[in-house]
Design a protein around this ligand. Structure first.
Ligand code: OKP
Ligand code: ZN
Length: 333
């Protein structure tokens, strides 16, 4: 399978994040993609499709904020990564905010998404990798393509970042597939965490189906989205939460429900948000998917026989990540 990746995606390197009340080293490290890229010697650098595909999903003011936030942070006399500490709740007044601290809160929903000097460039090329994967499938008739996205995207909404995500690569891919003529695009999200940003972007859009299998938000981040009763316009949203300790047998049953929903809906293109943080030894997650299970999952999804763009989301066991991702990708076609 062709794999898209731009070396600039490794330059984003926040130092730390607030985790369960403590500052810890940032989990979404550049080493993650170095290990995955090491498995695929023939990486393709994506061509630049420009801002159009990003603007099809994200608010223009949000994109401008992402590009300038770190220099505003430095101009405010701060050092290191820009990070917010106050977040406006619903029915907030969006005044014309000036201070970088106000904007960091306005455009994010958590403190686990710092902006470093190279964040914009990394996020931009991560999104371009996703666009290139869609273009490759559409233009060559290839069955699938893999965008080695990093930073990930599925927690980012139209005008907010969160959960290590800045630009929603899966959403950008889905809109680009529509732009190239696909009519019924399904997004399947198998990252351990619920893809709240993707859900949010398409919630009122009956032409894009979003299906997600993830840790129950009663126990896991992002808490406020991902519950089974969130169905979207025309039932175009399907959340399938699972408990801690889930192993492959239970996972496959739920995956069967997800695949049936996608096929019954009549999808003509699939965007797969693929997280490898369902792995038994993931440091921040609690499912028990084994290394050998990744090929099984991959083949089950490939059985849909849809043109597919796979975009990378999470996976934090850096030592095992390359092997797990390679097993999944190689089993797909
Ligand atoms: C991103 B993806 C505080 C706990 C929240 C955010 C987890 C984001 C996971 N650091 N951490 O879905 O793999
Ligand atoms: Zn995740």
């Amino acid at each position: 399978m062709i794999v898209y990746f731009d070396p600039r995606q490794t330059l984003h390197a926040p130092l730390r994040e607030l985790h369960n009340g403590e500052w810890v080293p940032y989990n979404e490290k550049p080493d993650r993609v170095k290990h995955i890229a090491g498995q695929f010697p023939a990486l393709k650098v994506p061509v630049d499709h420009g801002m159009g595909p990003l603007l099809a999903v994200h608010d223009a003011r949000y994109l401008e904020f992402l590009q300038t936030a770190h220099s505003q942070w430095l101009a405010a006399g701060r050092a290191g990564d820009a990070i917010g500490y106050t977040f406006p709740v619903v029915r907030r007044r969006i005044a014309d905010l000036v201070r970088i601290d106000a904007k960091m809160g306005q455009f994010s929903f958590d403190a686990s998404t710092p902006i470093a000097a190279d964040t914009w460039s990394a996020a931009y090329w991560s999104a371009q990798s996703a666009v290139a994967a869609v273009a490759h499938v559409q233009e060559t008739g290839a069955r699938s393509a893999f965008a080695l996205c990093r930073p990930p995207g599925h927690h980012a909404g139209r005008d907010y970042m969160g959960g290590y995500c800045y630009l929603n690569n899966a959403a950008i891919a889905a809109r680009h597939a529509q732009q190239l003529g696909r009519k019924r695009v399904a997004i399947l999200d198998i990252d351990y965490h619920h893809g709240n940003g993707t859900q949010d972007i398409f919630y009122e859009d009956p032409d894009v189906l979003f299906v997600s299998i993830h840790a129950n938000p009663q126990t896991d981040y992002p808490f406020y989205w991902g519950h089974a009763d969130e169905r979207g316009a025309g039932d175009s949203n399907l959340n399938l939460p699972l408990p801690h300790g889930t192993e492959i047998d239970a996972y496959l049953k739920t995956l069967g429900i997800a695949l049936e929903a996608i096929s019954n809906w009549g999808a003509d293109f699939l965007v797969l948000s693929f997280g490898a943080d369902t792995f038994e030894d993931d440091p921040i997650s609690n499912f028990r998917i084994l290394h050998k299970d990744f090929a099984t999952l991959s083949q089950a999804i490939a059985g849909l026989c849809l043109p597919t763009a796979i975009v990378m989301e999470g996976g934090y066991n850096v030592a095992a990540l390359g092997d797990n991702v390679a097993a999944f990708i190689r089993a797909f076609d």
